[in-house]
Each structure stands twice: as C-alpha cells, then as structure tokens.
Design a protein around this ligand. Structure first.
Ligand code: BGC
Ligand code: BGC
Length: 623
C-alpha cells in the first residue's frame, strides 16, 4: 500500500480501535494524523492504560509456532508474538505457503478485545533462509570479507523484502558477535574478529532491514544479538563463559550494539552465554543499567530460546530474575503437550502456560513490579506501532512475488563475488580462460547447494544436497560460464585427470549450526585431503575452493595446490564464484578472521602481542 492510503487506513483503524476501547476521546485527533514519536508514545500509553495484567503478560510472551496445540490459545492468553525457530517448519515452505500460515495466525490475535496484532519473528540470518525458493546470501563471515557497508545494507534490504513477502515482521538478525575463537560453531554468524568491522556492518544491516521508516511495507524489525560477549567464550564453547574484565567486554563486544542502537535497532536478544560465570539472562547490570540506561536503548529485549530456563533455581525464580534483569519478552518453545515432560537436557520442559501463570503470581506477590511490566509492554507496543503492525495484518502479495527474484539474486551474486578471498595464486593459475579445453570440477562441494549454504538453511542445522529451489551450484555456474568448446567433467578419475588442463576441487565443512559446530580440530576431513592428494598425483594445475564457516587448517594444501580460494558459505548464488574464477571480476575480499597455522595458535586475533598467523586479518590477493 502506498504511504498516503496506508495512513488513511491506519487512521480509520485507530479510530475504530479507539472508539471500541473507550468512548471516542479527544485524543483520537493525535492518533489520526500523526506518526511522530510523541503521537506513538501517546497511543501506547492510551492502549496500556486499558490493558489488564493478563493482556500485558500476554504481550511479553513469545511462543514457537510448533508449541501450539490450539491456536485459540493466542487469543485466550493474549499472546504477543509467535516465532518459528530453526526447524519449526510448516508443510508448504514456499513463500506463499509461509504467507498463508502467517496471515492465518494473525487472525487469532485480532479476535482479542484490544485486537493488538502479533509480531511474527523468524531467523532470516542470511536471506529469508527458511523459505524454499528464497535467495540465500553468504553467511556473515563472508560479508565481513567484502568490507562493503553499502552492499550489506542492500542485502539486508532484500532480506527484509522477502520476509515481508511472507507476512512476517521481525528477524533475529543481525548477529554482531565478535568471534574471537574460530573453534566456536557460530563463527560464521559473526562479521569478523574485529569490533570496528562488526560495528560497521552490523549497523548497515540494521539500516537495510528496517529501511528508512519501519512503517514501510517492506521494512522489518531487526534484532541485534546476542547481548553480549557471545563470541568471546573460553575455548570458543557455544553458550559458554566469557572470562574478561569489563574494559575488554566494552572494547571488543559492545561496539556492535552502540552502532546498532544509533541505527535504532528495534530489539536486542540476550545471549545464552555467561560473563564471568554469570548468565547474561539474569544480568541486571548489563541489560538494564548498561544497555537501557547508559546506552539509551529504547527498543525491547527478547530472551533466547528457552534460555531463562538455564538460570539457577526453578522456573518461577528464572522468570523473576530475568524480567527484573530487564528482559521484556520471553521466547518459549514449549506448549501444553510438553507440560510436565522431561526434555533432551534432562530438565522439565517449561511451557508458555507455566510462564503466564508464574509471571502473574510474581506480580501479585510484588516480586515483579507493575512499573517493570509496564516498561516491558510499552517497549513492545511501541515497536508494534513503529512497524505500523495494525496495518500489516495481511501479507502484501506483491512482495511475495519478489521472493527469490532475479533482481534479488543479482545482489546476492555481487556479495558472493566480493566475499571470496584469494589465499594463493601460484603461476597466475587464476583467472581461468573461458576457452579452456578440459576442466575437472570435483570434490564434495562441487555440486552441493546445501553445503554451499551451510547451517540455518531450510532447517536449523542445514544439510547436504538440493535443499532449496532456484540456486546455482559451483559446477553449474562453471558450466554456465565456459565457452561452448569447453568440456567440464564432474569426476576425478584417471581418465578425466589425464585429459584435463586444470582441476578444481571443492572441499570443506558439512553443514552445522550453533554448538553442534563447536570443534577441537579444524583439519579438513580425510576424504577431502585424499581427494586433493589424488589430484596432486596428476601433476595438473589444481585450484582448491574451500566451503567453510571459518578458516580451516591448510597443512600441505598450500604447497600441493596452485591456487586456494576461501569461499566461506556463499549461499545459493554460486554464479558469483565462477564470475571471479573466470576473470569477469577480480578478487577483492579481505579476511575477516585471522587464518592460523595450527590448532595450538587458536585463539589468535589481530592485535595479539604474539601474532604470527598463516594469513593475517585483512589478507587477500587479487589479480
Ligand atoms: C539461537 C538464536 C535464535 C533463536 C531462535 C537460538 O537457539 O541462539 O540465535 O535466534 O534460537 O531460533
Ligand atoms: C534453536 C532453534 C531450534 C531448536 C531445536 C534451538 O537451539 O535455536 O531454532 O529449532 O534448538 O531444538
């Protein structure tokens, strides 16, 4: 809807809401014409003054879609938000399939007395990655190598459009973790090891997601995460303990939040991790005093997935501690069917029903104050007004049609081109001539879209193979690029090697996400190493392309091969790789993570007193 007509529509809707919840007061004037901060604050206060405690607690409750047995619980308990966690899938994963589900779930919130719409959230962390047919961008580690804020902004803008095209309003991105130990399974979600780089790209991403104006139809709320120090845990253990003094915490892990707040990031997610053994989810000093007080963050703070359950004590005390620490909305994956059951972690699974019951008790017992509840709800409602959610209760089908469009893919292809880092190029092996006669393109990653995309793609952990429609594998991209006379072979046998003029081998990591990707050993798999050894015996020129979420140990590969390219997890647009291999564009990517020589050098980061890596931060050759 164009701005003007939308405003009129908004006004009418407000009028209807206002008239039905009070007798039309003189304040309605303010509601009618004004989208200003003051007017929204007034609307929020008016709404808040009409809400019961149950309605307020509902707004603070975020439930995973998969947890519902009956969606009428949304109106029964005034639920404020629904999310889809990784793997919380629906039957039809196409954009229109998601939009249908989103639109239908919205109707339940509109049945409530006050008709406050749900805010729908999802992890669109490298494009709208749960949608079949969406364009998948490189994971953040690759974007970090681009050093291009404008392109990160554009990529986030495309992602926002695709999210809006499925009727959702909110993504749990950007991740402004500063990954300081590449053994961490979430290293690829980080733009890099350098706080300044992370702060710049994080801000660009917030800007792109939220657009100039959150009320625009193609803007979504960002959620800067995970506050704070998630990338600094000892030994790179996911959800682990960040053992540093406050000065270091501020210097390394805070700049991303400062710059995201400057761009008005609408929400921030707390980190599972601890700071000096204290869980972030219970840390009032960091969340309330520092983030909301000192940094002046005006949006709302959401918990991570069942993360408050990890605080010491029973669930009721977890709620007391976390809400009093300053969390405004709690992410709850479990519902009635889990009640009383023991989860994988050996603990009782707490449900949204438990949360609602206990929080109400805590308020009635005076353990959580009414002003604290009002502050949380005020922040959430303000975001809903800023987003103009009252007018976004149905998907704009014009945006649905743009999901995975050529135009969107072109932006991702540019990102791929610029994220590649050339580590070695002996004898100017690259660029390859498009007229080359015989070329072998082999290795596990050569024709594997899933491996190219990595974790957080269609499923939480990601997987191998043709997991998503519309993408281009490296093999296909190369076939698209070479001349008619070139013979491309996808197998590494005696014959193909003998006839080849050049061998490309694509190796790397199997898909993973979060702690599942924590590693003690970053050597390539035996299978990958054998493949390279086999190619080496042919004495033909070898180009290795590495698909990985972080630097891997290269051992002999540097000596054995003529050229080595770090391609990270480039996503669906494999064409961007061929564009650079065959010289349509030069390599411009610069390492966003220091490349170590051996495991015992890790952790290693630019600025360390002792710094003698294989390739330093910022390294990258070009033609
Ligand atoms: C992750 C978050 C994610 C959330 C929702 C958690 O496990 O740590 O990054 O946003 O799940 O899926
Ligand atoms: C993830 C969720 C995922 C769940 C699976 C969480 O840690 O963040 O997105 O669905 O685990 O158990």
């Amino acid at each position: 809807m164009k701005k003007k007509s939308r405003q009129i529509f908004t006004s009418l809707l407000f009028l209807i809401i206002a008239c039905s919840i009070s007798s039309c007061s003189q304040d309605v004037d303010v509601m009618l014409n004004d989208n200003s901060k003051e007017a929204i604050a007034k609307n929020v206060d008016d709404l808040l003054s009409k809400m019961t405690l149950d309605e307020k607690i509902g707004q603070m409750t975020q439930v995973d879609y998969a947890a519902f047995q009956d969606f009428n619980d949304i109106n029964k308990y005034f639920i404020g938000s629904v999310l889809w966690g990784g793997g919380s899938e629906i039957d039809d994963l196409s954009a229109s399939g998601w939009a249908k589900v989103a639109d239908s779930i919205m109707t339940f919130s509109l049945k409530t007395r006050l008709g406050i719409p749900l805010i729908l959230g999802i992890d669109a962390v490298h494009g709208h990655n749960n949608v079949d047919g969406a364009v998948i961008f490189p994971h953040n580690i690759g974007l970090g190598c681009m050093r291009n804020t404008e392109l990160v902004d554009k990529a986030a803008g495309v992602t926002a459009e695709e999210i809006a095209g499925t009727g959702m309003h909110w993504t749990f991105a950007p991740c402004v973790a500063v990954a300081r130990d590449i053994r961490w399974g979430r290293t690829y979600e980080s733009f890099g090891e350098d706080p300044t780089l992370v702060a710049e790209l994080g801000a660009a991403s917030v800007l792109g997601l939220q657009g100039g104006d959150l009320s625009d139809g193609d803007a979504v709320l960002s959620c800067t995460k995970h506050f704070v120090g998630d990338g600094g845990t000892t030994n790179g253990i996911d959800q682990g303990n960040t053992e540093i003094d406050e000065e270091t915490l501020r210097k390394i892990h805070l700049p991303g939040y400062i710059s995201a707040i400057k761009e008005n990031t609408g929400s921030i997610m707390a980190s599972y991790s601890s700071w000096n053994s204290e869980k972030l989810h219970g840390n009032k000093y960091l969340i309330t005093d520092l983030l909301k007080g000192e940094l002046g963050f005006e949006g709302f703070v959401v918990s991570d997935w069942a993360a408050i359950d990890q605080l010491e004590g029973d669930y009721k005390s977890d709620i007391e501690k976390s809400i009093n620490a300053g969390l405004d909305m709690i992410m709850i994956p479990h519902g009635p069917s889990a009640q009383g059951k023991i989860g994988d972690n050996g603990q009782v699974q707490n449900t949204y029903l438990d949360f609602i019951t206990y929080l109400k008790e805590l308020v009635n017992e005076g353990k959580v104050s009414q002003p604290r509840i009002d502050d949380a709800v005020r922040r959430i409602l303000t975001s809903k007004f800023n987003l103009d959610l009252f007018n976004k209760t149905k998907t704009d089908i014009n945006l649905t049609a743009k999901v995975g469009s050529t135009e969107h893919r072109e932006i991702a292809r540019k990102c791929v081109q610029q994220s590649l880092v050339l580590l070695k190029n002996g004898n100017k092996t690259l660029p390859i001539s498009k007229d080359i006669k015989n070329i072998v393109v082999a290795g596990r990653g050569a024709n594997d879209l899933g491996m190219q995309c990595g974790g957080w793609t269609i499923s939480w952990q990601g997987s191998h193979g043709e997991i998503i429609k519309g993408g281009t594998t490296i093999l296909t991209a190369i076939k698209n690029t070479v001349s008619k006379n070139t013979n491309v072979t996808n197998s590494l046998d005696e014959n193909s090697m003998k006839n080849s003029d050049l061998i490309i081998i694509v190796v790397g990591e199997d898909p993973y996400a979060e702690g599942v990707g924590d590693r003690k050993d970053l050597n390539l798999s035996i299978e990958d190493l054998n493949m390279i050894k086999k190619a080496k015996n042919s004495s033909k020129p070898i180009v290795v392309i590495l698909l990985s979420g972080r630097p891997m140990l290269l051992n002999n590969i540097l000596e054995d091969c003529n050229a080595v390219v770090a391609a990270w997890l480039p996503g669906t647009e494999g064409q961007g790789i061929a564009d650079v291999l065959f010289g349509d564009f030069s390599f411009t990517g610069k390492l966003s993570q220091t490349w170590p020589k051996s495991m015992d050098q890790i952790p290693i980061n630019v600025g360390d007193v002792e710094y003698n890596p294989l390739f330093p931060f910022g390294y990258g050759l070009s033609y």
